[in-house]
Write a protein that binds this ligand. Sequence first.
Ligand SMILES: [Zn+2]
Length: 304
Amino acid sequence: MPVWYHETYTEGIDTSARFPRDRYILLRERLDDLLGTGLIQILSPEPVDKDTLLIAHEQDYVERFLSSSLNPKEIRRIGLEPWTDAFVPRTMRIIGGAVEALAHVTRFGGVAANLAGGTHHSHRSFGSGYCVFNDLAICALLARDKHAYERIAVLDLDVHQGDGTATILEGEEGIITISVHGEKNFPFRKAKSDHDFPLPNGTGDEGYLLAVKESLAIIEDFSPEILLFQAGVDALEYDALGNLDVSQDGMRIRNGMVFSSLDRRIPCVLFMGGGYSDPIEHTVDAFHDLFMAAAESNALYGPH
Ligand SMILES: [Zn+2]
């Protein structure tokens, strides 16, 4: 399974930021075992071009971001401050990784992953909650308008609702959005996905996996030609921002349910999503499980 990754995913966030920026480099190192067995390959993304961003975002916002002229309030709302010169190229490479993973599965089938992103809180004209541009919305629209998919499913299992994705993609023909999330968690004003599964704090494995099962049944009914999967692991019981109390085993079962539901002809792009345990190692473990499950699925059903 190809995994897009660049050192700027970590280095492009200032060392003094409160965000746990080391999650990217730590996961990349934890994937050495899968690299050694040939289950994954690491590829380096090119920065996305501006026109690709405009498929899902307002030109004024895009240009002010690219020229480092967002105002302090807008930067605070993104939440990865302090601003650093490396932040713009980092953002462009992360979206580039998602776009290249989409192009790859379109050509070859199987599963491909970006070792960052899943930036579902980004709206058309502003960023929010660690998200600048919305890679899921960009890829969904690119999948339809450039790659000619007619039915695209966006499955968001991150503990936070995919509000930006839902808003940008609202009413877009051929695209459905599904979000399983904590009802009392950020974003506190929820958007309306095509299908929402709000869960109470402390839900635990059984309730979470039931919602995942129901969301997969919706996808099966829709019969998509491609799945865009925001696979955040912040529902994990150790997560500092999650509050859903799902065990590591529960997360493994979740991953297996999603990947085994993929008809072998359906390509899938994996977007990393959230995960913020303290210490961060629990999150890295859960992401390792996720990438291993994705790579094993790709080895079974992907290109040969
Ligand atoms: Zn999240």
